[in-house]
Ligand binder design. Structure first.
Ligand SMILES: C[S@@+](CC[C@H](N)C(=O)[O-])C[C@H]1O[C@@H](n2cnc3c(N)ncnc32)[C@H](O)[C@@H]1O
Length: 282
């Protein structure tokens, strides 16, 4: 039984290696696929995504594990998805959130008319990719499926994310599935301050062969700059939010001894200058 598996270990160094192994290894080499496939909550959520998602089954299964077993253990926060296309993974998440995260909303952000722009020097995807979608159809299907917790937020992220995040307040899961360097970088930067302690960043594209721009955004922003280490790299990149401890000094290289040394040297130089100027002479 999935329920017997004691999920949700403490964060050490900003991640739970144990949780990451259990989800990633369990899906890739263990028996999690079979167990999840037999779970009625997974089945009903997956039905809503059928025919409308390009997110693969392992990734949906990992999102299922996160929402059913991990998010309920965190402080309250909503779910935000950057890149929803035809609404598949958003419907999937909303169906699960309605069951396991009372009061939580799923914000699905997209132009709903394709990728708005990209950088040909690093992105394989170009403007207009994923434009074979229909916002009105998605909105009416969400209503028909009774997904009252789903908010479809239409427009470029740079125009819509600020308002959506202000309305949400706190986030427990950010699903970043938007393929291009700038979009992935923006989605991460705009959402990270609202993620609750222990909250999850899931990057759909950064280990995929068609999105090296997304990989670069994760490498530069998440790993190099923010010094986060992966909790999971299969079936997608997962990172946790552990706000850094307050800095003990104003600069990493400034410590107490450096300060004492600098003050002493300054005092010595001042004394020498005053002596040279004849200060204190009769
Ligand atoms: C791979 S698709 C998302 C797949 C979706 N999660 C699913 O379940 O099939 C990527 C989406 O990101 C959207 N996107 C990329 N950059 C964006 C931006 N800056 N603003 C709004 N939408 C963007 C595209 O319109 C596209 O629909």
């Amino acid at each position: 039984m999935l329920e017997d598996l004691q999920w949700g270990a403490e964060l050490v160094g900003g991640r739970s290696i144990r949780d990451g192994y259990r989800r990633g290894w369990g899906l890739e080499h263990g028996d999690l696929r079979e167990k999840i496939a037999a779970d009625p909550d997974f089945q009903s959520a997956a039905k809503l995504a059928e025919g409308r998602s390009v997110v693969g089954i392992d990734k949906l299964m990992n999102l299922f594990l996160l929402v059913k077993f991990f998010l309920p253990k965190l402080p309250f926060g909503h779910i935000m998805e950057f890149g929803s296309f035809r609404g598949g993974s958003a419907f999937f998440l909303a169906s699960l959130a309605a069951r396991f995260l009372p009061g939580a909303r799923v914000y699905a952000l997209d132009t709903f008319s394709g990728i708005p722009e990209s950088d040909a020097s690093v992105d394989a995807h170009g403007a207009g990719d994923f434009d074979n979608t229909d916002f009105d159809e998605i909105a009416s299907s969400a209503k028909r499926f009774g997904l009252h917790n789903l908010r479809l937020v239409r427009g470029k992220f740079s125009d819509t994310a600020g308002t959506a995040i202000a309305e949400a307040g706190t986030l427990a899961l950010v699903h970043i599935d938007c393929d291009t360097h700038e979009s992935v970088k923006f989605a991460y930067q705009v959402s990270k301050r609202c993620l609750v302690h222990g909250g999850y960043f899931v990057f759909d594209d950064s280990i995929g062969s068609s999105c090296i721009g997304a990989t670069q955004a994760v490498e530069q922003e998440v790993i190099q700059r923010d010094k986060r280490l992966s909790e999971q790299i299969f079936p997608h990149h997962v990172f946790r939010n552990q706000p850094s401890r307050p800095r003990r000094s104003i600069h990493p290289k400034v410590n107490t001894w450096n300060v004492v040394l600098a003050v002493s040297l300054t005092a010595l130089i001042c004394a020498l200058v005053l002596v040279r100027m004849g200060w204190g002479a009769p």
